[in-house]
Design a protein around this ligand. Sequence first.
Ligand SMILES: *Cc1c(COP(=O)(O)O)cnc(C)c1O
Length: 423
Amino acid sequence: MSDYGVMDMELEIIRKTDLEVAVLIEEELKRQQNTIELIASENFTSKAVMAACGSVLTNKYAEGKPYKRFYNGCENVDKIEELAQIRAKKLFGAEHANVQPHSGAQANMAVFMYAVKPGDTVMGMDLSNGGHLSHGSPVNFSGLYFNIVSYGVNSQGEIDYDNVRELALKHRPKLIICGASNYSKIIDFKRFKEIADEVNAYLLADIAHIAALVATGYHPSPVPYADFVTTTTHKTLRGPRGGIILCKEKHALGIDKAVFPGVQGGPLEHIIAAKAIALKEALSPEFKQYANQIILNAKALAGSLINEGLDIVGGGTENHVMTLDLRKQNKTGKDVANVLELAGITANKNTVPNDPQSPFVTSGVRLGSPAVTTRGFKEIDMIETGKIIAEAVKISDTKEPAIVKELRKRSLELCKKYPLYTD
Ligand SMILES: *Cc1c(COP(=O)(O)O)cnc(C)c1O
């Protein structure tokens, strides 16, 4: 036994059956505790959310919808799933919620299944410009089975809405997707709706990254405009890994059928219970404060990096995410992400607009504030984090051991200031 509090019990149970896996989970717990997590799509769930993921609900088959199942014995999971639906609708002000998608990509797949047919034209943001694989990348089902027209961002990292409109008028898509995995500006969902209406297309808003900001009013909501809104539950929303689809009542039946039996089998009721808990947490006043702090922290990090002479795509951030542009320093995203890992900071390399490097090398690093904000980081800690990053950039090709060691120490100090999963 060590000092992980409730985690100890869970580890102890696993150790008895499988020491190899238990050791690796313990190592992962330590990694999460002792590194600064700046991957913009990650977060730390509450122990209640985690406990639900590990509950007896994993044993239950519940194909179908609450109170309309293909299996017996669903009286408890029916109520749990209904709670999750009610809370999702309340949090986002939506008419209908399907809480069964296993992931964000599966939520999007279900919308495709309902809204378009193979070969139809679909518009989405290009992956290298900040879009998601499931918005039409050639290596994804969306790019394989549909005629994809991609839009991008300008050199300031902003969507050019006039260009989106021109493309829509020219290609007449049946579905337009907005929302991104790496976009640091506010998205004008109303403008997207006007464009979609002009060409008689459905509008899908994928808020996987900004869900918490939308839920708390710190980012305009697409719910009044979009036919469908998809989200992950494990990013800013701080729930278990999974997805949710919100839609207008008129699409409810079709969307439900597209999820099951369209693209999924039995729902993961243990994850749905964890979603219900996360949604309850997200409805609390503390969560609103959390969402506000995410933005304050992102702005503090961007400010610190700029102060240190580094460039941020678009000159800053309006949400939780930003891309460090390393072209001026003549460094690569790959080298910087690797040296950051040695220095105790986890982040991912990312392309910048018009990146001269390949997607495997890149000239950028994506940084996000949701996870560190959960563990308690405030603006002052983000400023120190920015300074550590700036020092790491300088030695990204040489990786001088003495400096790496010094930076690792500074990262660890910040982590120790805000213990994670210790009680
Ligand atoms: C993360 C993300 C997804 C996919 O989520 P998974 O759960 O990994 O499938 C979909 N859309 C956007 C915009 C995302 O950022």
